[in-house]
Design a protein around this ligand. Structure first.
Ligand code: IMP
Length: 430
């Protein structure tokens, strides 16, 4: 049994892509199991930069099969655009190395239109979504009557008939909700033609990936699961309602891929050496000051998909500890350690004070999280460039103390540390 999983323990953007990329050559198959083109990461491979969103990082390796599993929502045009992009950079993509589940749900233009209407209607409580139609597609999946899966695109008559009914209802809803009066109804036949065209281009990739994964596991193949977003954005266990619409913690692996979690032998929890968040929602350790701006500038903390500046703050061990326990990790990867190098002092949130009570338990209700005041332990900074460090013992004592503090507070060993974007800038504990 050899399946590894890489999952973010914070609010996403933990640089999971780098860890997945590093581990890919020890695996045969890389599986993406939730989310859609709301996720995005940049992978530097053999000196070239690749921007990936729906495609698993395994696509860059010859001999590795990439699987987009049932729990992912697919915008076919975005997927085809990404395939075209990596092909133009010399990556071979075929039905042999990219498999897409016929159970995965499909994003249509009305999903984006609905999301725009709903997000705009929120004055105070906008989720701050990526506007990619992710949540509205998952909503239709749960509702079923408006849902279309990849497999449906290969039954053209049934697909066109269903889409005609769905679009008629969507047009009624959208017209009623549009405030500006310039709503232009969607044309079901035009969308059907467009999507049947995408289906023809994706035909060689679409299959029952669940059966494929079961067969390959039985044959002893090594699987690597690539999580998108982070544990605290999990629809069921995250900071609801300021979450994404899938199970983005380790909880999503089983339902998203069809592979039982008990087949996973190693679960790596990825954190940044600080905390970031994009979009709305409480963020107890947020630094709305020059230190936050410093972290944003040095860490290039701007969204890969939307370009939005990320909210930055101190490491929140209460939140990360909860993410770690939720996802069932074995060890930690601490990323972007180098970003903190110039700071005189570095604080870590070790507990929350909520309505006068101190706790290390992450609150289940958003009002309690909003009321949480971070209790900090402040450590000395190391004030030295660590980007060239390649062994733990070569870190300044202050950096080691900082990493030990994180490890103790979360309760798991730090096994991987990253001090820069290159593959070489990664330190593995023996
Ligand atoms: P959605 O996933 O587009 O519905 O957005 C819901 C929330 O999740 C928003 O706060 C987004 O900013 C956040 N989100 C979605 N994808 C990512 C990601 O890849 N990294 C960080 N935040 C994300």
């Amino acid at each position: 049994m050899s399946a590894t999983s890489v999952v973010g323990l914070q609010w996403g953007d933990e640089a999971k892509g780098k860890i997945v990329d590093l581990l890919t050559d020890q695996h045969d198959i890389v599986v993406r199991y939730q989310g859609g083109n709301n996720a995005g990461h940049t992978v530097v491979f053999e000196g070239k930069k690749y921007k990936l969103s729906l495609l698993p990082a395994g696509i860059l390796r010859r001999g590795v099969v990439s699987v987009v599993a049932p729990g992912v929502v697919i915008h076919p045009q975005a997927l085809l655009g990404e395939i075209e992009q990596v092909r133009s950079q010399g990556v071979a993509v075929s039905g042999d190395n990219l498999l897409i589940s016929d159970r995965a749900h499909v994003i249509f233009p009305y999903h984006m239109a609905e999301e725009a209407v709903f997000e705009r209607s929120q004055k105070q409580n906008a989720i701050g979504t990526t506007m990619r139609g992710i949540g509205t597609c998952y909503r239709d999946k749960a509702g079923r009557i408006h849902a279309i899966r990849m497999g449906d695109l290969f039954h053209p008559d049934m697909f066109r008939a269903r889409l005609t009914e769905i679009v008629a209802q969507k047009n009624i809803i959208l017209r009623a909700l549009s405030s500006d009066g310039d709503f232009r109804p969607f044309d079901a036949n035009a969308i059907a033609d467009e999507y049947l065209g995408y289906a023809a281009q994706l035909k060689s990739h679409v299959m029952d990936t669940t059966q494929f994964l079961h067969r390959e596991l039985d044959a002893g193949k090594r699987l690597l699961f690539e999580g998108a977003q982070g544990s605290l954005l999990d629809i069921d266990h995250g900071t609801f309602p300021f979450v994404t619409s899938s199970n983005s913690s380790g909880c999503g692996i089983h339902n998203g891929s069809g592979v039982p979690e008990r087949r996973i032998s190693r679960m790596i929890g990825v954190v940044k050496a600080y905390t970031t968040r994009v979009g709305g929602g409480p963020f107890p350790t947020e630094l709305d000051n020059e230190i936050g701006q410093h972290i944003r500038d040095v860490g290039h903390e701007y969204g890969t998909v939307t370009g939005r500046p990320r909210r930055c703050g101190w490491f929140d061990a209460v939140a990360a500890r909860y993410g770690a326990r939720l996802s069932g990790i074995d060890c930690l990867a601490v990323m972007l350690v180098d970003v903190l190098s110039q700071l005189d002092e570095i604080s870590v949130c070790v507990a929350y004070e909520i309505n006068g009570e101190r706790t290390i338990d992450f609150p289940s209700h958003i009002t309690d999280l909003a009321a949480a005041k971070p209790v900090y332990e402040t450590l000395p900074g190391w004030k030295r460039d660590v980007s060239a460090v390649r062994r733990v013992n070569d870190f300044p004592a202050e950096t080691r103390r900082y990493l030990d503090t994180i490890s103790t507070l979360i309760g798991f060993p730090v096994e991987i540390m990253s001090v820069g974007p290159d593959r070489e800038q990664t330190i593995f504990c023996d």
